[in-house]
Ligand binder design. Structure first.
Ligand code: KIV
Length: 268
């Protein structure tokens, strides 16, 4: 059974771990068979399941429903549930909505942001709710960012991201998740902080790797993102594709350099 202490041990031992998004019991059961370490009930379900063009329409009730479905199918993986758009705008909202997701069966919640989340992270952990802070490309802020783009490409923005990581780790964040940032910056975050760091489009040096399930099964519309690999193209079954992803992460075969954003930054 995978829980937070196991992920910390993996980090200490330098053993990468696998994470996939999942939204229902059947896929959760299949991920258990494939020994996927962490399941994320991502608000990407807004696109992958509900057919929206962003994660913004997803509600706490949607997240609770899908979390309940996933936990019925899997008692092995660590279960992380996304706090959806504007569900943690105030500390009171965060406490109330994170409680709903924990009571739905999650082991921790994920929030998108930076240093401004420090007080929320502190109060959540004091109340018994561990959290993962998602930085870099934060899809709930797509309208502020102006699109789904690589983040922290300049020295100033990379230093800002490091300062954000420090603030939330000091406040008690259990995990960090970096999306679409330069490989060099993700490597620095992995080295600088003791908490496990999960990456997506963040290069090979993160402690864990996450992909959206539909993407790694080749079920994307249009052109897939640079970091996506279709594991179904070389697998005979969905369980085999999940196992292949797990093994590729564990053995360092995924992600490869072509999946990463190798943008050179000055020394950090
Ligand atoms: O919602 C989601 O699927 C995510 C991943 C992209 C990390 O947050």
């Amino acid at each position: 059974m995978i829980r937070l202490p196991q992920l910390r041990q993996y980090k200490t031992e330098g053993q990468p771990f696998s994470c996939l998004t999942c939204y229902d019991a059947t896929f959760a059961r299949t991920m258990q068979a494939a020994k996927i370490d962490v399941i994320l009930i991502g608000d990407s379900l807004g696109m992958a399941v509900q057919g929206h063009t962003s994660t913004l329409p997803v509600t706490v009730a949607d997240m609770a429903y899908h979390t309940q479905n996933v936990v019925r199918g899997n008692d092995y993986s660590l279960i992380m549930a996304d706090m959806p758009f504007m569900s943690y705008a105030t500390v009171a909202d965060a406490l109330k909505n994170a409680t709903t997701l924990m009571q739905s069966g999650a082991h921790l919640v994920k929030l998108e942001g930076g240093a401004w989340l420090a007080q929320t992270v502190r109060l959540l952990v004091q109340g018994g709710i561990p959290s993962c802070v998602h930085l870099g490309l934060t899809p709930q802020s797509v309208n502020v960012l102006g699109g789904y783009r690589v983040q922290a490409k300049t020295l100033d923005s990379a230093e800002q991201l490091l300062a954000d990581c420090k603030a939330v780790v000091d406040a008690g964040a259990a995990l960090l998740l970096l999306e679409c940032v330069p490989t060099q910056l993700a490597a620095e975050v992995q080295k600088r902080f003791s908490v496990p760091v999960i990456g997506i489009g963040a290069g090979p040096h993160c402690d864990g790797q996450v992909l959206v399930m539909h993407d790694m099964l080749g079920l994307y519309m249009g052109k897939p993102a640079r970091f996506v690999h279709n594991f179904m193209s070389t697998s005979k079954s969905i369980e085999a594709a999940f196992s292949q992803f797990h093994q590729a992460v564990k053995t360092g075969q995924y992600p490869r350099p072509e999946h990463a954003f190798n943008i050179e930054l000055p020394p950090l």
